[in-house]
Write a protein that binds this ligand. Sequence first.
Ligand code: PEP
Ligand code: MG
Length: 883
Amino acid sequence: TRYVYRFGGGVDDGGQGDRNLLGGKGANLDGMAAIGLPVPPGFTITTAMCTRYYEDGGVYPDSVKAEVATGLAHIEGITGKTFGNAADPLLVSVRSGARASMPGMMDTVLNLGLNDETVVGLASTSGDERFAWDSYRRFIQMYSDVVLELDHGAFEEALEIAKEDQGYTLDTEMTADDWKALVAEYKALVEKLWNKPFPQDVHDQLWGAISAVFGSWQSERAKVYRRLNNIPGEWGTAVNVQAMVFGNMGETSATGVAFTRDPSTGENVYYGEFLINAQGEDVVAGIRTPQYLTKAARERAGAKPLSMEEAMPETYAELAKVFQILETHYRDMQDIEFTVQQGKLWMLQTRSGKRTAKAALKMAVDMAHEGLITEEEAVARVDPAALDQLLHPTLDPKAPRDVLTKGLPASPGAASGLIVFDADTAERRNEMGDAVILVRVETSPEDIHGMHAAKGILTARGGMTSHAAVVARGMGRPCVSGAGGISIDNSAKILRVGGRELKEGDILTLDGSTGEVMAGEVPTVQPELAGDFGTLMVWADKVRRLKVRANAETPQDCKVAREFGAEGVGLCRTEHMFFDAARITAVREMILADSEKGRRVALDRLLPEQRDDFAQIFMVMAGLPVTIRLLDPPLHEFLPHAEAEFEEVAKAAGVGIEVLKRRANELHEFNPMLGHRGCRLGVTYPEIYEMQARAIFEAALIVKQRGGEAPIPEVMIPLVATRKELELMKAIVDRVATEVFAEQGDSVEYLVGTMIELPRAALKAGEIAEVGEFFSFGTNDLTQTTIGISRDDAGRFLTQYVDKGIFARDPFVSIDVEGVGELIQLAAERGRKTRPGIKLGICGEHGGDPASIAFCEATGLDYVSASPYRVPIARLAAAQAAL
Ligand code: PEP
Ligand code: MG
C-alpha cells in the first residue's frame, strides 16, 4: 500500500485528490497544485496510515520511512534546499488534516528542521539573523506545546519577562541577540519540563511531529468534537508536510486568512484578515490585531492600518484572481490561508468555508442565481438543522438596551443568559436548565463542551477568525469576540467593563450580529421569512415528495405553522386545550364526578369551549387537513400535584379536600405512561370521546356554514393496540357524526384513523387498517414501548448509550431505524395491503429531524408532522431526502 502522496512543482500524485485518503487539507493542496496555483511543494501521509498506526500499536512500517524520504527528496529537489543541511536548510511545516476539518486536533508545527546548526545556515541564506533566531524560538515554542505537550504558559512567560527586562512592549522590538538569548532559555525550559534536551536531529523532529498528529486523533478534545459532530473514529487523519514559506521576512512579507465571500452574512465580497511581517499562527491566535483585506472593509470599520488591497496592491490583485479560480473550481465559498514571502504569493490551504446559517442560505441562493450551481444543489447545500438559527428570534430593535461594550460580530443571533467563566460551569449550569453565556479571555479547543452548553459566547480577545468565532459559527451559537473593552478576573469570577462589575450568575445579552454586549435581558422579535429563505423554500418544494404538516393545538400555532408553509395539522393534541385556566375546573369536575351523569354535566360545559377551539383552527387551516387526536393522557395529570394546590382546587371544584385527595389516590398509577390513557379512556369513559367528536363536527359545520372552506377533520384515536379498540372508538365517532349531521341538516367529509404507537399495533396493522382510514406513527411512544425506555427519564443514561456506541444518536431525537424503523416499515406494508393507498404520516418528535425524515421518505410515508418552527427544516430535509 502506498502511504505518501507528493504535490507541487508539477507533481500531483493524488490525481483528483481523494479526500477520504488525503484528508481535506491534503486533497485540496494537491488540487490547487494540479490547477497550477502557487503551492509550496510537499507530501501527504494518508489517513490509512493513521488507521494502521493505531492497529500496529504506534509503529511505522519500513516502507513508510522510505516513502517519507522520497517525499522529502521531492521537496528538496524543487526548493534546492536540504533537510538538516547546516549551510542551506530546508524547513517544513507539519499539519494535520482529517476528512472533515476538526478543531481539537494538533494542527500545525512550523519551522521544523531548525536546530543549533541549521539556524546559522538560515541566518546566512536569508541574510537576516534576527529572522532566523525568531524562527527558531517560534519552532521550539510551538513544538514544545503541540508535540511535547509542555506547558505553553511557561514559554509565554519567559518571552514576557525578556521583553520587560529590555523595556519592550512589542515582539518586533526584540533583536537577534535577544532572540538568541531567549532560545537558550527555551532550551533550558524544555530540559527542565521534559527531562530531555530539545531534539536536535531534524528527522527525530519530523517523526515526533508526525506521531503527534496521529496521536492527537485520539485526544479527548478530538473525541468530544467528533461526538458532537457525528464524525466516525475510523476516519483517521492525514499528515501534511510542506516546504516552509515565510510571511515574517520583512515588510514585503505577510500572512493571512480569507474567505471568498463573507462567512457571516454571505455577501459576495472578499473577506479576511492579514498581518504584515508575521507567521500564520499570529493571525488565528489573535496575538496582534490583524488588518483588513479590502479597502472597503477597512473604511466601513473606520480602521487606520492599511488594508492589503492598499498596502500590497499587486499581490492583492493576484490573490483576488486566485479567489475566483478557486470558487469556480470548487463551486463553493472557500476559506483560504496564504502567505506572501518577499512579494511572492503562496497558497497554504483552501477548503469550503464554514458559514453561518444566514450566509449558507444567501450563498446557496446567490450561487444558483449566478449559475455556479443548480437550484437542486442549492437545496442540498443548506443544512436543515442550521435553518433553526434563522427561524428563531433576534433582539427587538425597539427594546431598550443597556450596552456595556462592543466587540466583533463573530457569529450572529442573539442570546441572553447567566454569566459563567469556565466551560465546566457552563456545562453544569446548562444541565440544571439555566441559559448561560460563556465569558472567556479567549477560547481554545478545551472549551468546546462549554461552548456547546452555552447559549452565547463572549471573548475579550481574538478576531473574526479566532477559535471562538469559527467554532461558534459552526455550532450556530451567537458569539461576540475580541471585546477589548472587557476585562476578566477568572479567580474572582468578575467581569469588568466601563467601570462596572458583573459577577457570575448576572444576566448578559449578546448580539452576535452587531457585536453588542448588554447588561440584563433584552426582548426579541420574530425573523423575516421572505427573501432568500422564501426562494430556497420554493426550490425545495419543487423537489419534495413528502407533505409537511405541523403539530399545533392553538389557532396561534396554526398561523405560525402556515406562515412556515405547513400543509395541514398532523397532530392537534386536545389535552392541551384542557389545561387552559378557564377550563381546568370543568375538567376536574368531570374527573371527580362519580357517575356518568355527573361527568356529562361537566363535559357539557367543556363542549362549547372545545367547539370554539376547533372552529378557530379550522378557519385558520382553511380547508387543509386537520388531524385531531382525542384525549390521550391519564386523568390524574389534570389533578393538582403540589399539596398547596389541593385546597384551592377543592374549593373551586366544590368538593371537600379529602374527596379530592381520595380521587387523586385512586387515579395514581405506578406506570402512568403504560396506564389508563389513550383509547383506554375512551373505552371506559365513552362520553369524553363523544363530547370531543361532537365538538369537532359541530365546529366543522359552523365553519362550513359561515362560508369558510369546509375542513376535512381527521379524527385520530391514540394508543390503540387492537383492532377491537379502534372499532369501538370509531363506532362512537361515526354515531356522533350521524347525530350532528342529522341535527344540522348538513354534513362534512371526515376520516377516522389511529395512531400507531405501540408495537402490537404495528404488528397488527393489517387488521387495524380494516377499520382505520389513516395511520399516524406516534414515534415518541413507539420508541418508548419498542425499546422499553421511558421518554421522561431515559435522558439520564442515554448519553452514555450514545458515548458507548450502543445507539448512534438519542433514539428519541433521531429514529432508531433498525428497530423502531422496522416496525414502521412493517406496519406501513401491512396497512397498505389491507387498505391500498391508506394515508400514512408521522407525528412524533422525529417528524422534524432530518435523518428521520430521510427514513420517512425511504419508507414512502405521505407526510411528516413537526412543531411549527421545524416545518421549514422538515420541508428542506424532505427535499434533500428526495434528491
Ligand atoms: C407520540 O407518541 O409520538 C405522539 C405524537 O404522541 P404524544 O407525544 O402526545 O404521546
Ligand atoms: Mg403518543
